[in-house]
Design a protein around this ligand. Sequence first.
Ligand SMILES: Cc1ncc(COP(=O)(O)O)c(C=O)c1O
Length: 450
Amino acid sequence: MRRYGRGANVFFRNVQKDHPVIVRGEGIYLYDDEGNRYIDGCSGALVTNIGHGVEPVAEAIYRQAKTLAFSHLSRFASEPLMKLGEMVAGIAPPGLGRLYMVSGGSEATESAMKMARQYFLERDGTNSPKHLVISRWNSFHGNTVGSMSMSGIVPRRRPYQPYLLDFPHVNAPYCYRCPYGREPEECGVPCAYELQQAIDMAGAEYVSAFIAEPVVGAAAGALVPPAAYHRAVRDICDRHDVLYIADEVMTGFGRTGEHFAVDHWDAVPDMMTLAKGMGSGYMPLGGVLVREDIWSTFYRGTGRFVHGHTYGGNPLASAAGVAVLDYYLEHDLVQNSSQMGAMLMEKLEPLGRNPLVGDLRGIGLMIGIELVRDKGTKEPFPRSPGAVAEKATGLLMDAGVVVYPGGGTVDGEAGDHFLVGPPLTIDEAGIEELAEGIISGLNRLAEIES
Ligand SMILES: Cc1ncc(COP(=O)(O)O)c(C=O)c1O
């Protein structure tokens, strides 16, 4: 099998690693250059929600590229962009109807951060001190400086700490390791009330927004909050005139078994950041969907959001987005995500007997597996962010399954987990195969590590 690494002209993310060559994708499967087949058990990075090789999307891209690939949003609208706005607003929580377009998740969260700031300038005048964004530890909102400042993913923050903005962070609901020692069913969500304290400490007059992933993704492996959490933070934000930004970059477009994860808890945010499933990997696509009155504050004010990226809202990416959403709605992938997610959880139950699996958690087709050295005490593997999760990922690749590893959840260094999030098109046979691959790969890990 061909592998590319240090001999290539490409600067890979990990320059010490050799990379196998992937040549084709079809449905939930990826094929390498020797014809080996892998289940894409994490949709790349929970991106390809509609699966690989969807012809109508490829055709829509081809048609649009021939007609008009690019026009700049500062001067022109386009049919596919208008249609995409309508479609996204059509499935969004009530009141969220204005879509600002970008090309990915970091651009989306960075735009939301700046939009929140400018919203208060437009509303209250240019002396408004509101600018701080409160966020959470064990969160990931992107790799640009603003989005990383909001993120609480310690291994990725550390090298760039000198650049990061001084934003307050509170605990995310991490029920497996609840710092309050409570059970989720009746915990009273003290972690939500940390937001209250953080706002009081900073001074509400300085706080523009609170940002949270409704279900934490890359930073901690599918942390699902207690039922009361999102409504509690909604209420706290309302009482303090703080905007609530739900970062649905990973959870949006059916991943959790609802169109958007906040739909599970009837908590309507003021802004939602979107990407990944929106373009499903066919085109880089992202957006910030906002409440009508945020938009109208700009409309009545200066009229201009002082921000923008060249590719935001381009016709080609928009046409891909329309075709992806058409496919997503036509095949009722929300429903399939919910059903197949429940089935996958059930099929993974034997992992309860694996001595290294500390926690199996998730919702819909967004599942996290936390690996521990000692199941009884929940002791993590020694400090080396994600090393065991990486090892698990390699063994799962050998078993024909691709998953998404991460680390540093416990204290910024120790703590290993990986995400499982296959395309939402997966069927029962695919679930069986995926579960078998995960169970056998992790059994192998247990043999090696014990
Ligand atoms: C919740 C969340 N927000 C933002 C991002 C950043 O998105 P991108 O990698 O497209 O910049 C990610 C990426 O994993 C994410 O999961």
